[in-house]
Write a protein that binds this ligand. Structure first.
Ligand code: ZN
Length: 145
């Protein structure tokens, strides 16, 4: 296997998803509008707003954990070029098209990649999530020992 052919991609998730991923040992596509989609990105340092991984009223921080996978280029597809997106965009269902617009709006969808099959990944233990999820939450402070 030629290492140079592999590209790193990153998957971000909350602790609940992280437990499932660590137990399984790999990333698994899950349901998205009737499709099975695994969301990854090439952003090693995530942008909370840009990735659309804000948590709203949820208690979960969807940027709490980072998994890294090294994949062959054809394992992932840019979301904007993907057949799934094309089907949603061309759907006769007005709701599906409206969903797509809101889903992408303001979230830099050009940085999203998808896989439709499971991929191996390891948790990055050095990773710390960026910024404040909730007002008043104490931000992570690295300590020099
Ligand atoms: Zn969760």
């Amino acid at each position: 296997m030629s290492g140079s052919a592999l590209r790193p991609v990153y998957h971000y998730c909350c602790k609940h998803a992280a437990q499932r991923i660590t137990r399984a040992g790999f990333l698994r596509p899950s349901g998205f509008n009737g499709y099975d989609v695994l969301w990854v990105t090439d952003q090693a340092i995530p942008d909370r707003m840009g990735l659309g991984l804000t948590s709203g009223m949820l208690k979960c921080d969807r940027l709490e954990f980072q998994y890294i996978a090294h994949v062959l280029p054809d394992v992932v597809t840019p979301w904007l070029d993907s057949p799934i997106r094309r089907e949603l965009a061309q759907s006769i269902d007005y709701g599906a098209r409206g969903f797509l617009r809101e889903f992408e709006h303001g979230h830099a969808p050009s940085t999203w990649l998808i896989a439709t099959r499971p991929i191996f990944a390891t948790r990055n233990e050095q990773y710390r999530p960026p910024g404040d999820l909730h007002p008043g939450r104490i931000p992570f402070q690295p300590i020099d020992l």
